[in-house]
Design a protein around this ligand. Sequence first.
Ligand code: FAD
Ligand code: FES
Length: 269
Amino acid sequence: MIQECGALRRKEVIHPEIFDLWLECPEVAHQSHAGQYLHLLIKGATGVTLRRPLSIAGIEGGLIRLLVRIVGEGTSALAAVPVGTIMDVIGPLGIPFDYSKVSQALLVGGGIGGAPLLFLQDELIGKSIPTDYFLGAKTQDEYPLDPEEVERRSIFAATDDGTFGSAGFVSLQVNQWLQHHDHAGVRVYSCGPLLMMREVDRICRLYDLPHQASLENRMGCGIGVCQGCAVRVNDGKGDPRGGYRLVCKDGPVFDAMEIEWAVLGESYR
Ligand SMILES: Cc1cc2nc3c(=O)[nH]c(=O)nc-3n(C[C@H](O)[C@H](O)[C@H](O)COP(=O)(O)OP(=O)(O)OC[C@H]3O[C@@H](n4cnc5c(N)ncnc54)[C@H](O)[C@@H]3O)c2cc1C
Ligand code: FES
C-alpha cells in the first residue's frame, strides 16, 4: 500500500453522471492488480473530509483509470475537479481477483460495477485466457462505457429497457451462454448491483461454477478499524457460523459461495 499524490491527467464525460478519469500515480499503478481499489481524498473539496473508495478500471503506463458515477458529495466533487488537480491517493488496496487455473473467464458487470472488470479483462487478455465480458445497465443513459469501447472490447452489452445492446437483464445472457458452451474450466467474476450478483450466484450454483464477486459496500475508514464495511459470511459450505469479514481488508473480492447474500442488502446499494 502506497500513499501518493496523483495528478488528474484526463477526464471524459460518458454521460452527465458518469466520468472517465485518468490519474497519474506511477508507484500505485505499478503495483496494482484487477479487483483492487484506491482510497481517494479530493483535496480542497468543501465538505468532503473522508476518502472515497474507487475501483481501478485500468492501467496505462503510470496512469490509473477510474470510472466514476456521481451519487453524492464526494463523487460530485471528484467529477468537478479540473485536469491538473492533485489528489491524495492510497492504494492499491484490497484482495485482487484470482485467475489461476482458469481456462475460460466470464465477466458479469452491472452499471458502474463494470469498472474493475475492465481491468480484469485487460489482465486476462494479457495472459491469453479466453474471456467473455457481459456488461449491463438499466438504460443507455446509465451505460458506463462509450459504444466505441464496447465494440473494441467485444463486450456483450445489455440494458433492461433495450435502449442499448440486448434487451433484458445481463444475467439472461450469461445463462444463455452457459446453455450453449462447455463449462470445463469456466470461472465467473461479477461486480454490480446486489440483485444482479445474487442472480449470477444462483446461476453459478446451478452449473456448479466457481464465482468471485467484488462487493462495493459503503465504507468508512478503509483500513479495517471502523467495522463499517463488515459483511456476513459462511464457511463456504453454507454453515452461517463463518462470522463477518471486512470488505475493505478481506475483500472487495470474495468467493461468492461464502457470502451470505440474503443479509447483504442492508449495507449495499
Ligand atoms: C471497493 C469499492 C469500489 C468502488 N468502486 C467504484 C467505482 O469504480 N466507481 C464508482 O463510481 N463508485 C465506486 N464505489 C462506490 C463509491 O465509493 C461511492 O459511490 C462513493 O464513495 C460515494 O461517495 P459520495 O460522497 O459521492 O456519496 P455519499 O454522499 O457518501 O453518499 C450518497 C448516497 O449514496 C449512498 N452510498 C454511498 N456509497 C455507497 C456504497 N458503496 N454502497 C451503497 N450506497 C452508497 C449513501 O448512503 C447515500 O445515500 C466503490 C465502492 C467500494 C467499496
Ligand atoms: S471501512 Fe472501516 S473497517 Fe472497513
